[in-house]
Design a protein around this ligand. Structure first.
Ligand SMILES: Cc1cc2nc3c(=O)[nH]c(=O)nc-3n(C[C@H](O)[C@H](O)[C@H](O)COP(=O)(O)OP(=O)(O)OC[C@H]3O[C@@H](n4cnc5c(N)ncnc54)[C@H](O)[C@@H]3O)c2cc1C
Ligand code: FES
Length: 351
C-alpha cells in the first residue's frame, strides 16, 4: 500500500501570496493573503478557524497556526493577525519579514472554535492576540445574525489593543447589539475571577467564547462559570505552538490485516470506505495508511484539525486539549487521538 495520496494531501500545502501587511500595533501585524483561483473551495472557512503556515527558520521552517481575523464574507482575501512572542521563532519572523508579494505555504483552514448556533447571545472574551478568532466571530454575528454581543477584551496597555478603531466603529454602528469593555493591565492590574465576573454580569443562557494565554483563559473560564454560564456553553481556543512539522511528508506504516481489529465505516468527502481498525492504532494513522485524504494539522490533540463525528460506536481519546464538553456531547472526536473500543464504528468527516 502506498501513502501517495495522503502525502500529497498533507503536503497539499497551498502557496499563498501576501497582498497586504497592516501594522496593527507596535508588536502585531495583520497579513492578508489572496486565495489563488481554483483554490476557493479548499480555503472556504467558518469564523473562528485558523490557517497553518510554514514559516522559514534558518535553513529549516516551523509550522504555526494563526486564526483568521477576516470573515468568510470577505471572499478571496484571508487575513491573519500575528502578535510577537518574546523569543518566538515564527511570530517574530512574520512581524519582521512578511511583505506584500511574498509567498508562504499554508494548509487549508481548520479548527473547531466556531459557533454552531448563532441565535444565542454571545459573551466574547479575549486577551491580546486572542482577539483574532473573536473578531471574525463578532463581525460575522453583527453582519449576518441578530444576537447581542458583549466583548470583554484584556490587554497590557492602551497601545497594545489590536483592532481598537474597528471595535469603536462597530460599537457606534451597532449600539444596541454590541458592547465592548476593555481591561487594561497598566491601569487595573491582572484580571481576577472577581473583577471579570463583575464585567460579565449575568451570563446565564449566553454562549461564551474565550481566547488568550492559558492563565487568562483559566481565570476567565472560572469567572464565566460563577457568572452563570453552564460548562457546555463555554468554548475555548488555546494558542500553543506546534511541536510537529505539519507539512512533513508522512511515511505509511502498513499493518497486516487483523481479525481482532474493529471495523469502521468512514464517510469522507462524499465517499464511504469500510476499513479494518487495529486496536492499537489511532484512526488518523489508519486513514492515512489506507491512502485517504483525512484532514489533520498537529497530530497532538490540540488543534481540532482532525475532528470528525462519531455516528455510532465508542472510542477512547488518548489526548484531548481542544474539544469541550458541548462538542463531545455532540459526538465530535479527534482522529489523531482515537482508539476503537467497540467492534463496529461509523464516522463522518462532516465538521
Ligand atoms: C489554533 C491556534 C490559533 C492561533 N492563532 C494565533 C493568532 O491568531 N495570533 C497569534 O499571534 N498567535 C496565534 N497562535 C499562536 C501561534 O501559533 C504561535 O504559538 C505563536 O505565534 C508563538 O510562536 P513562535 O514561533 O513565535 O514562538 P515559539 O518559537 O514557539 O516560542 C514560544 C515561547 O517559547 C520560548 N521558546 C522557544 N523555543 C524554546 C526552547 N527551545 N526552549 C525554551 N523556550 C523556548 C520562546 O522564547 C517563547 O517565549 C495560535 C495557535 C493556535 C494553536
Ligand atoms: S490534528 Fe490537531 S487535534 Fe488532531
Amino acid at each position: 500500500m502506498t501513502a501517495t495520496k495522503a502525502n500529497d494531501a498533507r503536503s497539499s500545502a497551498h502557496s499563498l501570496e501576501i497582498v497586504k501587511v497592516i501594522e496593527e500595533t507596535s508588536d502585531a501585524v495583520s497579513i492578508v493573503f489572496d486565495v489563488p483561483s481554483g483554490s476557493e473551495e479548499a480555503f472556504a472557512y467558518t469564523p473562528g478557524q485558523f490557517l497553518t503556515l510554514r514559516i522559514p527558520h534558518g535553513d529549516d521552517s516551523v509550522s504555526r497556526c494563526y486564526s483568521l481575523s477576516s470573515t468568510p464574507s470577505a471572499g478571496r482575501q484571508l487575513q491573519v493577525t500575528v502578535k510577537r512572542v518574546d523569543g518566538g521563532r515564527g511570530s517574530n519572523w512574520l512581524c519582521d519579514n512578511a511583505t506584500s508579494g511574498m509567498r508562504l505555504d499554508s494548509l487549508r483552514p481548520g479548527g473547531m472554535f466556531t459557533p454552531t448556533d448563532w441565535a444565542d447571545d454571545f459573551v466574547l472574551v479575549a486577551a491580546g492576540s486572542g482577539i483574532t478568532p473573536i473578531m471574525s466571530i463578532l463581525q460575522t454575528a453583527l453582519a449576518e445574525h441578530t444576537n447581542t454581543i458583549h466583548l470583554v477584551y484584556a490587554n497590557r496597555d492602551e497601545e497594545s489593543v489590536i483592532f481598537a478603531d474597528q471595535l469603536r466603529a462597530l460599537t457606534t454602528a451597532h449600539p444596541t447589539r454590541l458592547s465592548v469593555q476593555h481591561w487594561l493591565e497598566s491601569t487595573s492590574g491582572l484580571p481576577t475571577d472577581e473583577s471579570l465576573r463583575k464585567l460579565f454580569g449575568d451570563v446565564a443562557g449566553q454562549r461564551a467564547f474565550i481566547c488568550g494565554p492559558a492563565p487568562f483563559m483559566e481565570v476567565a473560564g472560572q469567572a464565566l462559570s460563577s457568572a452563570g454560564a453552564s460548562p457546555d456553553m463555554i468554548h475555548k481556543e488555546v494558542f500553543v505552538s506546534l511541536n510537529t512539522d505539519a507539512f512533513a511528508t508522512r511515511t505509511a506504516t502498513p499493518t497486516a490485516p487483523s481479525n481482532s481489529g474493529a471495523v469502521v465505516t468512514v464517510d469522507l468527502e462524499g465517499e464511504v470506505h469500510t476499513l479494518n481498525w487495529p486496536r492499537d492504532q489511532v484512526l488518523l494513522d489508519v486513514l492515512l495508511d489506507n491512502d485517504l485524504d483525512a484532514p489533520y494539522v498537529c497530530r497532538e490533540g490540540n488543534c481540532g484539525g482532525c475532528a470528525y463525528s462519531l455516528r455510532s460506536g465508542v472510542v477512547t481519546m488518548l489526548v484531548n486539549d481542544t474539544l469541550d464538553q458541548y462538542e463531545l456531547d455532540r459526538g465530535v472526536r479527534l482522529a489523531c487521538q482515537s482508539i476503537p473500543e467497540t467492534d463496529e464504528l461509523d464516522i463522518a468527516f462532516d465538521r
